[in-house]
Design a protein around this ligand. Sequence first.
Ligand SMILES: [Zn+2]
Ligand SMILES: [Zn+2]
Ligand SMILES: [Zn+2]
Length: 466
Amino acid sequence: MANDQFGKKVQTQSNKEVFFISDFSNLDIKKVVITDVIILDYSNKEGCRGFLNQIRSSFVESIYLTPVFILSINEDVDSFTKSLTDGTVHSLQEEAFIGPFQAIEQRIRQLQSTNNQDQEIKILNKILRYYYTRQSRMKPIISAKSHTGYSFPLLSLHYQNVNTEEKFSILDKLVSKEFLRPRYEDLVHLCNNCYSGFLNYREVCPKCSTSDLYTENLIHHFVCANVAPESDFINGDQMVCNKCNRMLRHIGVDYDKPSLIYTCNNCGHHFQESVMQALCMSCESVHNVDSLLERKIYNYELTALGEESAIGGLVPSEKQDAEMAGFIGFSTFNIFLKYEIERIKNSGKTSSAGSLSLRTPAALSNSLGVKYNTVVTEVAEFIKNATLATDILTFINSNTFLIISPDNDKFRLESLLNNIRHSVQKLIDSNIDEANIMVKIKAENIDSTKNHNDLINSLLTNNGAG
Ligand SMILES: [Zn+2]
Ligand SMILES: [Zn+2]
Ligand SMILES: [Zn+2]
């Protein structure tokens, strides 16, 4: 049956475009764009998962960010599906989803449009924007289908098991750029050839490497000091020493069992120290356990910088650096800031750091397009000229400027930033009609009480001073 309808429209008080889908045949993914909320019927699990994966694996923002709920009356929703949806509902009543829907919708409206062709940046942007609009942590789930045993569902839609290394490197990149803050979950051991965590650990013979071993106790007979495998002492239902012919009666009194002895069923070798090996059940390679990869598994939350980046959208860093002469990249800025914190500790001098942000409604920056970039470049130019040659400047996400001002305290920096703020506000208002762009500033002393991360977080959050 052809299904050119897109599910059933759910009547709501708020007049939102809410669609309930229970027939998953011939659905047109493009129609997701016109919906506000989609509710999928979990009684058809396969169909539900398939369509959900299609939505979340899209690179079109108005598709992959769409709030999706699962209708499940009695059943528990599997963890993969759960982590890609915005909640499970038991009825189609609006009260069941309106709260989370509104929170997500309000955050989606803050996002500024980006236009990137670079595949990796698209994925980085997607991760930041998805978790920003959901206000949730990116958590791994335990999954036997995942190569490593852990899966990050949103990422796994873009990376196959063979790309595990790339998947890890995306996560590490987001952490090293300080967009995500990791929290430890587990440690996994992985095959160093294919990253699989499906490993068979076993003890093998040090001579011929077979795992076909026979183990028995070693017996130490106290009176004659004979040490031999237990089987050498067995004589019917008694134990007799083959060296001194005495009977062994009481463990701890006549004899003890100091350790195990291995015998290889393949080559006959006797040994006390076996070798531990792991056979990879995915690529069939064999490894000594100390050559396995150790990988820490984390869950992640967006930092203040991550949230800024989600809103502004990432651009390739070469482009960003080239655009702004006199500004350094954010990672270099971080190094300067760490260095400045150390210098202050040792010298007892006072330095400060500050921020200046343009609070631009997304709709405005989107409608201005290139013109907005021109204005931002002018603002950057102005800031560069208004600050001291010794000040260190960086610029992030088309909206926020950060400054380190060595040997200036926060009050001097604040008053400097305030002057800049007034001029920048004038500049904007004279360039853009009904600009509605707020310029916010904040300054803090650099001291040993805050590390560079905390300091940057503090400068980026609530910089409502001004
Ligand atoms: Zn052997
Ligand atoms: Zn003996
Ligand atoms: Zn392997």
